[in-house]
Write a protein of this length. Structure first.
Length: 166
């Protein structure tokens, strides 16, 4: 059980860090401005700043003198406070799959020679006006990007790069 004074300080510190990290994004949003790079997390992955602000002690950790609503929709009352209810089986399976993927990826030899080529390949032969972030110029320009992609073999592919850049 985490004492009330400790968990509240941890929660407050987390919220302050999250607020600082999303302050520029929120200010731009209020002004109707966009930033293709810094807003990536919020536009591409559709995370909301409020989600990043939400602190969690972890599943099953009891917080002294807490109410279930202190832990969001998955909070449950327990003796002496509240805790997060155990995750649904689908969440446990998804977490296990992700852990397995990360373990297998970590066991493979790293490749450091792609130099972001997958990103360039995703805009290969695409006019700048049709690139998702057409307001950001290609570092090499259309012709040089095409020449580079056609001259070098792809060292890696990146499905998300296709969704982001194409």
């Amino acid at each position: 059980m985490i004492p009330s004074q400790v968990w509240r300080a941890r929660r407050d510190a987390h919220e302050a860090r999250a607020d600082a990290l999303v302050a520029d994004h929120r200010a731009r949003s209020r002004r109707g401005e966009r930033h293709a790079v810094e807003d990536f997390l919020f536009t591409y992955y559709a995370h909301r700043p409020a989600q990043l602000r939400r602190w969690s002690p972890g599943w099953g950790v009891v917080l002294e003198d807490a109410a279930p609503h202190d832990l969001g929709r998955h909070g449950v009352a327990v003796e002496g406070g509240a805790a997060l209810a155990p995750p649904p089986d689908r969440v446990v399976r998804a977490a296990a799959w992700t852990a397995s993927l990360l373990r297998r990826s970590g066991e493979r030899r790293a490749r450091y020679d792609c130099f972001g080529l997958h990103e360039w390949a995703m805009v290969h032969r695409t006019p700048q006006s049709q690139v998702r972030h057409s307001g950001l110029p290609l570092r090499l320009g259309e012709e040089a990007t095409t020449a580079l992609v056609e001259a070098l073999p792809l060292r890696c592919t990146h499905f998300d790069a296709f969704r982001f850049f194409a």
